[in-house]
Design a protein around this ligand. Structure first.
Ligand SMILES: CC(C)(COP(=O)(O)OP(=O)(O)OC[C@H]1O[C@@H](n2cnc3c(N)ncnc32)[C@H](O)[C@@H]1OP(=O)(O)O)[C@@H](O)C(=O)NCCC(=O)NCCS
Length: 148
C-alpha cells in the first residue's frame, strides 16, 4: 500500500539521489533542497511504499493569492501507472488552494509525453513554448490550471 506524507529534512538525500535519476537534465543539489524545504511558501510531499521507501515526490511554490508554481513531481519507474503522481498532484494542489493560489503553473519538457499526459488528464492547458528552457535544444511547454 502507498501512503503519503509531508517531506522533512531526513528525506533530503533521497530527493537528491532520485532527482539525478529522474531529472538528469536539471537535478537539484542538497543545498537547493535544504533552502526549499525551509521556506514557508514551499510544500513538498512524498509517497511511501510498504518498506518505508520514498517512491514518489512532488513540490510546489505557493506565495499567496497569485499563481503557484509546481517545482517537481516524480515517481520511480517501478511504481508508475498506479495513480501515484495524480495523488501527489492532488496533495500539492490542495495545499496551494489553501494558500489562496489562483492558478497552478508548470514547465515540462516538450518531449515528456508521460508528464504532459498527466497534466492534461488533470485539466491543464498549454500556454506557450519556452525555447532552451532546460538547456540548449531542451524546450519547455508552459502549462496552467485555473483554480477557482
Ligand atoms: C510523469 C510521471 C510523474 C507520472 O507518474 P505516474 O505515477 O506514473 O502517473 P499516474 O499513474 O498518476 O498517471 C496519471 C495520468 O498521467 C497520464 N500518464 C501517465 N503515464 C502516461 C504515459 N506513459 N503516457 C501518457 N500518459 C500517461 C495518464 O493520463 C494518467 O491517467 P490515467 O492512468 O487515468 O490514464 C512519471 O512518469 C515520472 O516520474 N516521470 C519522470 C519524471 C518527470 O518527468 N516528471 C515530470 C516533470 S515536469
Amino acid at each position: 500500500m502507498i501512503t503519503y506524507r509531508e517531506a522533512n529534512a531526513f528525506d533530503l538525500s533521497v530527493f537528491v539521489s532520485l532527482d539525478k535519476e529522474l531529472f538528469p537534465y536539471s537535478p537539484w543539489s542538497a543545498s537547493q533542497y535544504k533552502e526549499e524545504f525551509s521556506s514557508p511558501t514551499r510544500h513538498f510531499v512524498v509517497a511511501i511504499d510498504e518498506t518505508e521507501s520514498i517512491v514518489g515526490y512532488a513540490g510546489v511554490f505557493a506565495p499567496g493569492a497569485v499563481e503557484a508554481d509546481i517545482l517537481t513531481v516524480g515517481v520511480v519507474p517501478a511504481h508508475r501507472g498506479k495513480g501515484i503522481a495524480k495523488a501527489l498532484m492532488a496533495l500539492i494542489t490542495d495545499w496551494a488552494k489553501a494558500q489562496g493560489s489562483t492558478a497552478m503553473m508548470l514547465e515540462v519538457k516538450t518531449d515528456n509525453h508521460e508528464a504532459i499526459g498527466l497534466y492534461e488528464s488533470l485539466g491543464y492547458s498549454t500556454l506557450n513554448i519556452r525555447k532552451d528552457y532546460f538547456g540548449a535544444g531542451l524546450n519547455a511547454q508552459v502549462m496552467r490550471l485555473e483554480l477557482s
